[in-house]
Design a protein around this ligand. Structure first.
Ligand code: CA
Ligand code: CA
Length: 233
């Protein structure tokens, strides 16, 4: 009888050892998981917190190699799709939106791709242009027009015009949807040539939707290379 009792005591002690080792293994495998051992019933209870409070700044102790935080929630990509990374994210921007968070806009309209022109013709004689060429203005009343300018969101935009004007000023009137909104100076610079390209700009509030933008020469126009519409004011 004594032998039977000692056997039971040995078995019970051995179970304590095994359960303690199991609890230790669980404890070492990740500080996020915690367990309690009931010595009377020999049961292990998971006492891990029910709310996940981990952050990726604690990757060594809590997350290990696991990306446990969704950096795309809330979505930081204003006009784009977010891809989650380890303490990081990347944005794939839609349309003409750019920048880390797809909140910068930049659209290019080449003069040689304009939708209408009068007393003006496409050329590529002078070097340094962008795209496939530029438009060479004639005299007063000559114009270049784009009727396909798409503005995604109403707001302030900067319109930049790349041009060459040699040594003389060649100002043009800027109109949007048939309404004059200002002048672009297209200034000449002493000793410059028709291959010295410069940029003039104007900042305007634009409504959303499709706009028609026209540049009409007052006396004589420049070589007009391209127009860029951007939110980089
Ligand atoms: Ca992440
Ligand atoms: Ca061009």
């Amino acid at each position: 009888m004594k032998s039977r009792k000692r056997e039971i005591q040995k078995t019970t002690a051995w179970m304590h050892v095994k359960l303690s080792v199991m609890a230790l293994i669980f404890g070492l495998s990740g500080c996020w998981y915690t367990y309690s051992l009931d010595k009377d019933t020999h049961t292990i209870t998971d006492t891990s917190p029910t709310t996940d409070t981990r952050s990726e700044s604690d990757t060594d102790t809590e997350c290990g190699a696991i990306d446990c935080v969704d950096d795309c929630d809330p979505n930081p990509c204003v006009h784009g799709t977010c891809t989650d990374g380890l303490s990081s994210y990347s944005c794939l921007c839609t349309g003409d939106w750019t920048g880390t968070n797809c909140d910068d806009y930049s659209a290019i309209y080449e003069a040689e791709d304009c939708t209408a022109e009068q007393d003006a013709g496409v050329s590529s004689v002078n070097t340094g242009y962008m795209g496939t060429g530029y438009v060479d203005y004639g005299g007063g009343g000559a114009f270049v027009e784009w009727n396909n300018v798409t503005v995604p969101v109403a707001g302030a935009y900067k319109l930049e015009f790349r041009y060459a004007s040699s040594v003389y000023d060649r100002p043009c009137t800027l109109s949007i949807n048939g309404v004059d909104v200002g002048q672009i100076a297209f200034r000449g610079v002493p000793d410059s040539t028709w291959s010295d390209w410069r940029v003039d700009s104007i900042t305007l509030p634009l409504s959303d939707g499709t706009l028609t933008i026209r540049l009409t020469s007052i006396e004589t126009g420049p070589l007009l290379d391209r127009m860029t519409i951007t939110t980089d004011l």
